[in-house]
Design a protein around this ligand. Structure first.
Ligand SMILES: [Zn+2]
Length: 145
């Protein structure tokens, strides 16, 4: 890791470097979508959201390409997949270990700040397995809603 973590925008050449570092060829489409994804700091996007944003930026892609690209980025470790519900998947541009609030009625995911969750006991994984990572989803609803 070089320098302090920045939540600022991510110019094209940074996206190219980021792709190369994880062994993905920086095609024009990947760089464009990477720029849309990573230019706004840490956040959580669905395929549909990214598709809409790409349209707005006049990047010519299909939804199928969006799905493929998100899959490739996730497999390469650039994104963390958050399966919220059956059929509702978000991709987290912050791929480090952290936990989330899910606001159920708003279909919104937000990070739980810093160390507000402390996991003191984890279950023993079954024989032959190890814990890869732990995601805690805390589901919220509006008071009085
Ligand atoms: Zn997150």
């Amino acid at each position: 890791m070089e320098g302090a973590p920045t939540r600022q925008g991510c110019p094209f050449h940074d996206v190219r470097q980021r792709l190369r570092r994880v062994g993905l060829r920086p095609t024009r489409q990947r760089v464009s979508l990477g720029w849309v994804l990573f230019a706004k700091g840490d956040r959580h996007v669905s395929a549909e959201m990214l598709f809409e944003e790409a349209m707005r930026e006049r990047i010519p892609v299909s939804l199928a390409t969006i799905y493929n690209t998100l899959r490739q980025f996730t497999d390469a470790g650039l994104l963390r997949e958050l399966a919220i519900d059956a059929g509702k998947t978000y991709f987290d541009t912050a791929s480090d270990d952290h936990h989330h609030f899910v606001i159920e009625d708003e279909n919104r995911v937000i990070d739980i700040p810093g160390r507000e969750i402390e996991l003191t006991t984890l279950p023993t994984p079954p024989e032959g397995y190890e814990i890869a990572h732990v995601d805690v989803l805390v589901r919220l609803r509006k008071i009085g809603g």
